[in-house]
Write a protein that binds this ligand. Structure first.
Ligand SMILES: C[S@@+](CC[C@H](N)C(=O)[O-])C[C@H]1O[C@@H](n2cnc3c(N)ncnc32)[C@H](O)[C@@H]1O
Length: 227
């Protein structure tokens, strides 16, 4: 992919602007706020509460990008003394120099965060790596379209592709169907978009769909639970 540059969003956290797509990697109203709300609170925390607070779960992410969602997930695992296996797809990895300038590790007093963030980006692709006893990471340098579904299924799926008007193919029924197959029964699909077509498609696949309040600056978001 072409050039990306660092921007500062309204909550002070960084994001990236993709010049060719004319699209940001996160909400301009706050990258950190958005990731925490859509993926951590409405995704992982919701699933854990629903399932009786299990101490192990498996997360799948479409679009690793800056690694912010992976970092927040590792942080949650550490703070709650639980163990998370995190699998993520990224066909267009970012340059190390760019990653090293992102201010995500500065959002907490935990000195370990910088090291975790660094390791998320440094570790090898295509193999499970135990970054910490509480966080195992598998990064695939692949498009969702090329990811082969095996037997492995996940509890929570972070759908963090570029917006439907920028990357329509990832919001088509065939892509969403793959997400459905990747989830266990009761598994949670969560995304920042609240498009009507997305909700209809998720329902048609067998998700119970909820429209939830979005993060600051965004009215709504969507969550689906696999029935
Ligand atoms: C909205 S940004 C992701 C934000 C990311 N989760 C973060 O916190 O930085 C979308 C990401 O999806 C990646 N992507 C693009 N095409 C993809 C595809 N076909 N399958 C999976 N990921 C894709 C992009 O390179 C980009 O990193």
């Amino acid at each position: 992919m072409s050039k990306v540059k660092i921007i500062t969003t309204e909550d002070g956290s960084h994001s990236l602007y993709h010049e060719e797509l004319k699209e940001t990697y996160h909400s301009f109203h706050g990258a950190l706020q958005e990731s925490k709300h859509v993926f951590i609170e409405k995704g992982i925390r919701f699933w854990r509460n629903k399932e009786g607070l299990p101490d192990f779960l498996k997360v799948f992410e479409v679009g690793m990008g800056t690694g912010l969602n992976a970092l927040l997930t590792a942080q949650l695992a550490k703070e709650n003394n639980i163990s998370i296996e995190y699998t993520t797809l990224e066909p267009f990895p970012l340059e190390n120099e760019l990653i090293s300038q992102l201010n995500y590790p500065d959002q907490s007093d935990d000195p370990k965060l910088k090291e975790i963030f660094k390791r998320i980006h440094q570790v090898a692709w295509e193999e499970p790596i135990e970054l910490y006893p509480y966080f195992q990471l598998t990064k695939h340098r692949l498009k969702l379209e090329d990811y082969k579904i095996g037997k492995e299924q996940f509890d929570v799926l972070f759908f963090d592709a570029f917006a439907p008007n920028k990357q329509a193919e990832l919001w088509e029924l065939s892509a969403l169907k793959k997400c459905y197959s990747l989830l266990k029964r009761g598994g949670v699909f969560t995304t920042y978009s609240a498009k009507g077509q997305l909700k209809r498609d998720l329902k048609s696949l067998g998700f119970e769909v909820e429209t939830l309040p979005g993060p600051p600056g965004k009215k709504e978001m969507v969550r689906g639970v696999k029935q």
